[in-house]
Design a protein around this ligand. Structure first.
Ligand code: SF4
Length: 294
């Protein structure tokens, strides 16, 4: 089997930076003899996350999980960021934090703060409960003027709630599905006269998807490696399915050991192998080595 691997697979710059910071936090905590924690999942890749846990990084979902007797600790904020109130709690507990959130998410947060400062309401287009959506919604304490839209019903409700006279700024989660972003922004623009649309979808994801579509249409199958919880991985699989009818989403090489998957793959002569932005290049190469043998 021939395997095509585009140049841009592997970690994006946001994930690379977060992991470098994680290594630094672990090293500093060892030097200082104090524990270190990461608020949130660090990144969407279970193997990478468990490697960091083994190195000494404790994963927590809230500051309250740090035992009250611990007076000194280093806290890393994960790639998806966290609400402002969480940063406040970390500081109130007397802990030092390192912000590992991606610059793209911080840019969207700045847009939210600017809009609120100018008395505009903010609509966040995001997946309900996703950690980045929680971060964006919690950017400011002025949360009365920040509204979440995640589906058609919430869109209708939010439009009804915003007074006619109010100006609105629309931002979105970096991995929000582009087709939904277009649909919801157009509907908001039609309903609210003074609407500013900020396209905050991650450019890296869009560039990767667009550069893969030619390969996808020229191969027998497409395999996307990434976590099933990762929005950019799911978006990529869904986008590429418009160009190839055999798109598979796998978490890692262990998914290839299933004999049904092997049988299915043996039909193909040429496969495009690509990844979500939290998948290490090593994992892509390992899957490639195994595919060549199918
Ligand atoms: S996918 Fe984009 S937004 Fe998410 S961490 Fe990577 S660069 Fe940042």
């Amino acid at each position: 089997m021939e395997v095509i691997i585009p140049k841009s697979v592997g970690f994006c710059h946001g994930v690379k930076k977060t992991l470098l910071l994680a290594d630094k936090v672990i090293k500093d905590s060892k030097d200082l003899g104090i524990p270190c924690y990461c608020i949130g999942k660090l990144i969407h890749n279970p193997k990478v996350v468990s490697a960091f846990k083994e190195k000494g990084l404790n994963l927590i979902s809230s500051v309250e999980e740090i035992h009250k007797d611990i007076k000194s600790a280093l806290v890393l904020i994960s790639a998806h960021g966290c609400a402002n109130s969480v940063k406040k709690t970390i500081t109130e507990r007397g802990f030092e934090f390192t912000d590992g959130s991606c610059v793209n998410i911080r840019r969207t947060q700045k847009k939210i703060l600017d809009a609120l400062k100018h008395n505009r309401a903010v609509i966040v287009l995001g997946i309900e409960g996703h950690s980045e959506t929680v971060t964006l919604m919690g950017t400011s304490e002025d949360d009365m003027n920040v509204f979440l839209v995640y589906d058609d019903i919430s869109l209708k409700n939010v439009i009804q709630k915003i007074p006619d006279s109010k100006s609105v700024t629309v931002v979105c989660q970096t991995t929000f599905p582009p087709s939904l972003f277009e649909k919801y922004s157009s509907e908001i623009k039609l309903a609210i006269k003074d609407t500013e649309i900020v396209d905050s979808i991650c450019n890296i994801c869009i560039k990767r998807m667009n550069s893969y579509k030619k390969f996808a249409s020229e191969t027998d199958a497409v395999m996307v490696i990434g976590s099933k919880n990762s929005e950019n991985t799911k978006n990529m699989a869904s986008f590429l399915s418009d160009f190839n009818s055999n798109v598979y989403l796998i978490e890692d090489v262990s998914d290839l050991s299933d004999s049904n998957v092997k049988n299915e793959l043996s039909r193909f002569k040429k496969v495009l192998l690509c990844s979500g932005t939290s998948t290490p290049l090593d994992e892509v190469l390992t899957v490639s080595d195994n595919l060549i043998l199918v």
